[in-house]
Design a protein around this ligand. Structure first.
Ligand SMILES: [Zn+2]
Length: 152
């Protein structure tokens, strides 16, 4: 019998959005392509603050959600923050970022980025900085936004 490539496309729904995703290909993406968390390759203070507490700031449900897609929750593609005022007296910061996976949005519109009411939110998006990524990969992102402690 010949080897056949089987695309394990599965469907996942989140609020008003539905994606098709390929978990095995996403696991391979994190093994071969996204091997360093984005915030580690940036020198800005926001990224340092995020990196200092990586793995401890996300709700457990979000980590489960990412794992279900095949995403490594410790390897964000990029992180950023929204607070541009002085951080001297800051206790927390509104922080966002993207995790990439192999897949596509098949239903539902792009969500507008808005401040979460309950501290943390996430959704699917096709708009993220694509930078150095191999163009042959069909990638989609989970964007997150939430308040995280300022620990620096
Ligand atoms: Zn940065």
């Amino acid at each position: 019998m010949q080897d056949t490539i089987v695309f394990m496309q599965r469907e996942l729904r989140l609020a008003q959005q539905t994606v098709l995703f390929d978990k095995d290909a996403t696991v391979a993406l994190y093994r071969e392509t996204i091997t360093v968390p984005g915030a580690d390759s940036c020198k800005c203070i926001s990224c340092k603050n995020f990196a200092a507490q990586r793995g401890r700031v996300f709700p457990e449900a979000f980590i489960q959600f990412l794992s279900g897609l095949g995403v490594d929750p410790l390897k964000e593609w990029e992180a950023f923050d929204y607070d541009f005022d002085s951080r001297n007296a800051k206790r927390s910061v509104l922080c966002g970022g993207w995790f990439l996976f192999v897949g596509q949005i098949v239903e539902g519109i792009e969500r507008k980025r808005e401040r979460p009411d309950d501290g943390f939110s996430y959704w699917f998006t096709t708009s993220f900085p694509a930078g150095t990524l191999p163009p042959d990969l069909k990638l989609c992102a989970v964007e997150f936004l939430g308040q995280i402690p300022w620990v620096l």
